[in-house]
Structures are given as structure tokens and as C-alpha cells.
Design a protein around this ligand. Structure first.
Ligand code: 0O2
Length: 185
């Protein structure tokens, strides 16, 4: 319906806006370091069933309002680079953007999650003007190295969001590999 179309349109604009900023940052850093910095930039808009599952997991009623207010990652953008120094440089430059507001920063590189997951997450608000009204649009930007991204991909396939017992061994293994990846980075 129309409100769903409007919702998706705003999310698409938000993605374009953030990806444009990232392109500028990538150009600036690539020029500075004389090498490619961002290996990959990807995005996704969280699907309705996944939004509902996350709201239930967090103990909220499933509603459009709760999704908008309680979830930070309906729009997620992921930046993958070679080195952990790059991760922090990209984050620093994102935080310097005057029109972006940092809401929350989660450093799972300095403090990996129990699973071993590593990544730097910036939750940001980005202004969007539509029909003369400017509103803040929330986005979660995940910044990580190629090695961290590889780990997260395997974890996502084998463990994350899956159920207990038979996962125990795989979880322990993956946690060890996460430490190996930190050493490599
Ligand atoms: P998907 O599939 O990406 O949609 P918050 O309200 O921000 O405090 P939230 O969103 O639960 O709480 O924050 P958290 O734990 O930082 O997780 C945000 C996202 O990071 C997840 O989104 C995953 O993309 C990723 N992530 C977190 N932990 C892990 C992990 O152990 N393994 C992997 N592979 N990814 C992880 P979603 O919505 O859970 O999933």
C-alpha cells in the first residue's frame, strides 16, 4: 500500500545518502593512503518477519510504532575494509559529518561479543526532507575488516540465531577462530 511505499522510499533515500557519504570518505582515504580502502559496501532493509522476531526477542509488542522507535537497524549498511586502523578512520570521518548525529557507538572490536563477533557499529541519525518536513532517519553502520566479515558470515551460517545443544561445539570453535582473526588483523 501507499504508506508502505512511502516507508520504503524513505529508506532507499537514506541508503543513497549514507552510501554517497561513504563514497566521499573512501575517495578521500584512498587518495591519502594511495590504496583502496573500502573493499565492499552493502546494505539491507530488514524484512517484516525479521523486524517482528527482533521486537518479540526484545520484549516489545509487534507494531509499526515500536519498530520505528525501538529498532536501530531497520536500515543496515556494512562497510568492509582491509585493516582495523581503516575501521576507526572511517568511523572518525563519519562522526565528523555535520549532518549526521551519532546516537550510539558499539565497539565489538575492543570488546568482542560472547560469540566472538567483532565489528564497530555506529547508530546514526540522518536528516531526510520529504514534503517540506525534515525528520531523522536511523541507520546502523557496521564497519569491519575482511577477516571479521568472513568470520561473521561463517557464524551467521552455522550459529547465529540457531538453536542450542548441537551448536555448542561449533560455537566454541568459532570463538577460537575469532581470536585467531584478531591476531591476524
Ligand atoms: P541481521 O541478520 O543483521 O538483521 P541494540 O538495540 O542496537 O542495542 P541489537 O540490534 O540487538 O541491539 O544490537 P547488536 O547485538 O549490536 O546486533 C546488531 C547486529 O550485529 C545484528 O543484527 C547482526 O547483524 C550483528 N551481530 C551481532 N551479534 C552477532 C553475532 O554473534 N554473530 C553475527 N554473525 N552477527 C552478529 P540482527 O538484527 O541480530 O541480525
Amino acid at each position: 500500500n501507499l504508506s508502505n511505499q512511502k516507508f520504503l522510499l524513505k529508506k532507499e533515500w537514506l541508503i543513497q545518502n549514507v552510501e554517497f557519504k561513504l563514497k566521499m570518505i573512501d575517495l578521500e582515504l584512498s587518495e591519502l593512503y594511495n590504496r583502496t580502502v573500502m573493499q565492499k559496501v552493502e546494505h539491507r532493509i530488514k524484512k517484516a518477519d525479521s523486524i517482528a522476531r527482533k521486537l518479540v526477542k526484545k520484549g516489545y509488542k509487534v507494531s509499526f510504532e515500536n519498530a520505528a522507535v525501538r529498532l536501530n537497524d531497520i536500515v543496515g549498511i556494512r562497510v568492509v575494509c582491509l585493516y582495523s586502523d581503516d575501521v576507526y578512520k572511517i568511523a572518525e570521518l563519519l562522526k565528523k559529518q555535520k549532518d549526521f548525529t551519532l546516537i550510539k557507538e558499539k565497539d565489538y572490536i575492543k570488546n568482542p561479543k560472547k560469540s566472538g563477533y567483532q565489528s564497530l557499529h555506529l547508530i546514526m541519525d540522518v536528516p531526510l526532507t520529504y514534503r517540506f518536513v525534515t525528520e531523522a532517519q536511523r541507520v546502523e553502520i557496521q564497519i569491519r575488516t575482511v577477516a571479521m566479515d568472513f568470520w561473521a558470515g561463517v557464524d551467521n551460517h552455522i550459529c547465529y540465531k540457531k538453536k542450542p545443544e548441537e551448536m555448542k561445539k561449533a560455537e566454541a570453535d568459532l570463538k577460537n577462530y575469532s581470536a585467531v582473526i584478531s591476531r591476524m588483523d
